[in-house]
Design a binder for this molecule. Structure first.
Ligand code: CA
Length: 491
């Protein structure tokens, strides 16, 4: 079995000459060669701001760049046919494709309706701060450009639990919609702000069984239309977990296959919340390890003051590695974005060694770390350089990062680990050493089978040759503020 490696194939400011679907199609063979086994694509359906949307303000889940809606046929990333061609090209290279799936909210409604609401306290969503009254809200979705093709479902205010804009009052607030399904919010995993059901736009009310049926119908249609291999579920902490369970089970049954499913449950404080989510959803979904990302971030800004012994503490990779999707950064944490917590450049090779070369978790590489990115926002110009060491680390992961792992997370400034290798992968076995302080060295055991053989730093930062002793041990080195990856020297 080859190690699985995903790539998040976009970032917030993708602005290259080819649209994203075309770029991905052209890169399919290259991605396979680099060692990627899966691609996470951004939302492929029409969003409220048409071509200028990143896609998370989703409007019509059935419009994959096919209909003239929101002033454009294609989405920001291309047309439906280009999307399907990209998926096909990737799958021909044995790369699975994951679709970004937004169930929490819809945006860009076609019509206003008179909607009974009660205002709630923004800081405590369980506290009503008004009696019931009527507002005009954008809650009716008729999709005039699609004209009922694929689905004739019309969304109205009974499909939503809340909105944040009263058109007639020109007022922004959080309005809980009063309908037959309840006056307050749905029960969701997150208790931030009292109840965090409401995130943004028109927030779906899963107590309305008609929308559950519609989204299950959509899932089957999406699979049959695109042949995707899995889904990345957006913002699940704001969604009834009962619905997520039902949707995943229904998809497997209706499509008669398994899907690779990752959920985004952003949390940088409590790994227990992620564990709780795994518990209540019965382990049906992988989760992004936002806590490991946060530790990597703290390490990168902490420099030599950060205690590397603690870098895995309270991470999902440590607590539940089977379900952890590890990553260094994503489209929310990149510079100038909402959850900006970009891992400092000097630490990115160390961070990628942590996610790519350890046994725990399935890594997801961030697009700019392969391709670079250059963009402007808020009057600032950002240049993200590719991580130089990344291609070599990906190949090392693909070929050599196998077998038992021994950890040496035993020094404030210098940690390492080894992989013993296995029989299936010739010459596999590794030793990794990193330092956030001075030049480092450490005696580490790889495996007795390497006795008398020589290991070298495949990243080329250290030029020593390390001979493994009869106990399978060697003394390995790394530069100050650096990482070295030691592999068997092929004579
Ligand atoms: Ca919600």
């Amino acid at each position: 079995m080859q190690n699985q490696t995903l790539i998040q194939y976009f970032h917030w400011y993708y602005n290259e000459k080819d649209n994203l679907w075309t770029k991905a199609k052209n890169e399919a063979a290259n991605l396979a060669q680099m060692g990627f086994t899966g691609v996470w694509f951004p939302p492929a359906y029409k969003a409220a701001n048409g071509k200028s949307s990143i896609g998370y303000d989703s409007y019509d889940l059935f419009d994959l760049g096919e209909f003239d809606q929101k002033n454009s046929v294609p989405t920001r990333y291309g047309s439906k046919s280009e999307y399907l061609a990209a998926i096909d090209a990737l799958q021909k290279q044995q790369i699975m494709v994951l679709a970004d799936t937004i169930f929490n909210h819809k945006a860009g409604a076609d019509e206003v309706e008179k909607v009974p609401v009660r205002k709630v306290n923004k800081e405590d969503r369980n506290e009503f701060i008004s009696d019931e009254f009527e507002i005009e809200a954008w809650t009716k979705f008729t999709f005039p450009g699609r004209k009922g093709k694929y689905s004739d479902f019309i969304w109205d205010h009974t499909c939503f639990s809340g909105v944040d804009w009263a058109e007639d009052l020109k007022e922004s607030a959080i309005y809980a919609i009063q309908n037959q399904f309840g006056e307050g919010w749905e029960e969701v995993p997150s208790e931030e702000l009292g109840n965090y059901d409401y995130l943004m736009f028109d927030d779906l009310d899963f107590r309305n069984l008609a929308i559950r049926a519609e989204l299950k119908k959509w899932g089957k249609w999406y699979y049959e239309t695109t042949n995707v291999d899995g889904f990345r579920l957006d913002a699940v902490k704001h969604i009834s977990p009962g619905f997520i369970i039902e949707w995943i089970d229904d998809m497997k049954k209706n499509c008669d296959r398994d899907f690779f499913i990752i959920s985004e449950n952003w949390n940088i404080e409590s790994v227990e919340e992620l564990e709780h989510y795994i518990e209540i959803t019965g382990g049906r979904t992988q989760l992004f390890d936002s806590l490991l990302h946060h530790n990597l971030y703290l390490a990168s800004i902490g420099g030599r003051d950060y205690d590397l012994k603690t870098i895995l503490d309270n991470t999902l990779a440590h607590r539940n590695p089977m379900l952890a999707i590890t990553f260094v950064d994503n489209h929310d944490s990149q510079p100038l974005q909402a959850l900006e917590s970009f891992i400092d450049f000097w630490f990115r090779p160390l961070a990628y060694a942590m996610v790519l070369l350890r046994i725990q978790g399935i890594p997801c590489v961030f697009y700019p770390d392969i391709y670079g990115a250059s963009y402007e926002d808020d009057g600032q110009t950002i240049e993200l350089q590719p991580v130089q060491e990344l291609p070599q680390m990906l190949i090392t992961r693909q070929n050599l990062a196998y077998g038992e792992q021994i950890d040496y997370l035993d020094h404030h400034n210098c940690i390492g680990w080894t992989r013993a290798g296995d029989e299936e992968h010739p010459n596999s076995g590794l030793a990794i050493l990193m330092s956030n302080g001075d030049e480092g060295f450490k005696e580490m055991e790889i495996d007795k089978k390497f006795a008398g053989q020589i290991f070298i730093d495949v990243l080329g930062k250290r030029t020593e040759e390390v001979t493994i002793d009869e106990n399978g041990c060697g003394e390995f080195f790394c530069d100050a503020g650096s990482v070295s990856v030691w592999v068997l020297k092929i004579q």
